[in-house]
Design a protein around this ligand. Structure first.
Ligand code: PLP
Length: 399
């Protein structure tokens, strides 16, 4: 048992649901009464193999979107595999595997993680271009592309894939429904959509058929640090295999090699993997992604609406209470990471300090951008957000 921290809003690693962490702690000591823990057994043992298989299956079940797709169809069309690492290893593995397609990668830059990913692809010498870059003069990001995606993709000949970060954890920017227009433009042009979902995976329903590859580090919405989840279109993997891979591709990043070896070409970390599965089992038992999405929307709507009430643009409250500033375009506000500033640095520091003292932990913005960041991953309960709102209103009323 542990004394529970009720209000943890960290951006990652993040808090996991209590039943998951309690089960995990038991399984680390003694997995299914085998007298040995889950991190101690061979990843090639029957026990570990069945956990890997079951995790893969649970992911596909979640992606059926409550019956929209048949499980068999997903099994046929998509592969799920896991590699040691996190998001940054994904930044390297993506261009190095996709070099086999012998064409360009077009990056849409909507925040600091997509920018880092692009820089890594470039550093590795891959043929990549920026299709869109939202970075403003003062280094802030405001949102995602708003124009016509099919025209945007026309800009480049020989485009084989488009890369996005679906939720920019540092900047608080997330694709809205216009992502469907991007997916359609990619389909029409026969270009694969490759997405980093490290900070919003399974927080909202997606249509897996919109994507060529999904990559997600585990340690925010779905587990603990140590591995990267990949969901890749089977015929894309086949094409990479047929073309052969770049000789610069590190063997541990080779998607086909890993997938053909049930994610066990090298040692897959079983504690993070088993954690993923506990999270997925719980999501399935609670009604799937759609149910979770409904809660996530409610959490984010409630918080943003109170922040809007006290924003510098507000007409609802007295002037001295208008203390919240947003950089992000409303259309692209993240439901996972609510990022804002207060009108002075002094006030931001005071808020963070008082929040901490009252048990609302980890609300400081990323060190690169400052401000306040409240992360609302799946494990954060609605009640935690409601209590934070009360705390915020009290804070403002004292001004
Ligand atoms: N991508 C996104 C969206 C992230 O939020 C992060 C990390 O925090 C990363 C990539 C990098 O992940 P890692 O620290 O696991 O390399």
């Amino acid at each position: 048992e542990r004394a529970e921290v009720q209000y943890y809003f960290g951006a990652g690693p993040a808090q996991l649901p209590k039943p998951v962490i309690l089960q995990l702690s038991k399984d680390i000591v003694n997995y299914e009464n085998q007298g040995i823990g889950i991190g101690e057994i061979s990843h090639r043992s029957k026990t570990a193999q069945s956990i890997i298989d079951n995790t893969r299956e649970n992911i596909l079940k979640l992606l059926t979107n409550n019956g929209k797709y048949e499980l068999d169809q997903l099994r046929r069309d998509y592969e799920v595999f896991f590699l040691q690492g996190g998001g940054t290893t994904g930044f390297s593995s993506i261009p190095l595997n996709l070099n086999s397609l012998k064409g360009k990668g077009g990056y849409l830059i909507s925040g600091s993680w997509s920018l880092k990913s692009f820089q890594e692809a470039k550093r590795l010498g891959s043929d990549v271009v920026t299709l869109y870059n939202d970075k403003t003069e003062n280094n802030a990001f405001k949102g995602c592309y708003k124009g016509d995606y099919s025209k945007l993709l026309e800009q480049e000949d020989d485009l084989k894939y488009v890369y996005i970060c679906e939720n920019e954890t540092v900047n608080g920017i997330e694709y809205d429904a216009t992502i469907k227009d991007l997916a359609k433009a990619c389909r029409d042009k026969n270009v694969e959509l490759i997405a980093d979902l490290s900070s919003d995976v399974f927080s909202r329903e997606i249509d897996i058929y919109d994507y060529g590859v999904i990559m997600a580090g585990a340690q925010k919405n779905i587990g603990i640090a140590g591995l990267t989840l990949y969901i890749a279109k089977k015929n894309l993997l086949d094409q990479i295999k047929a073309n052969g891979v770049d000789s610069n591709l590190p063997i541990a990043f080779d998607w086909n090699l890993q997938n053909d070896n049930n994610s066990c070409y090298n040692t897959i970390p079983m504690v993070p993997l088993h954690t993923l599965n506990l999270v997925f089992q719980r999501l399935l038992a609670n009604g799937g992604i759609k149910e979770q999405e409904t809660i996530n929307i409610e959490k984010a709507d409630k918080l943003y609406s109170v922040l809007d009430k006290y924003s510098t643009e507000s007409t609802e409250v007295e002037e001295k209470q208008r203390i919240v500033k947003f950089t992000v375009d409303k259309q692209f506000r993240s439901k996972m990471n609510v990022v804002f500033n207060l009108i002075t640095l002094e006030l931001e520091n005071q808020f963070a300090k008082e929040a901490e003292a009252n048990g609302f932990l980890a609300v400081k913005g990323h060190r690169s951008v400052g401000g306040i960041r409240v992360s609302l991953y799946n494990a954060v309960k609605l009640e935690a957000v409601e209590d934070l709102i009360k705390f915020f209103e009290n804070f403002v009323n004292k001004l």
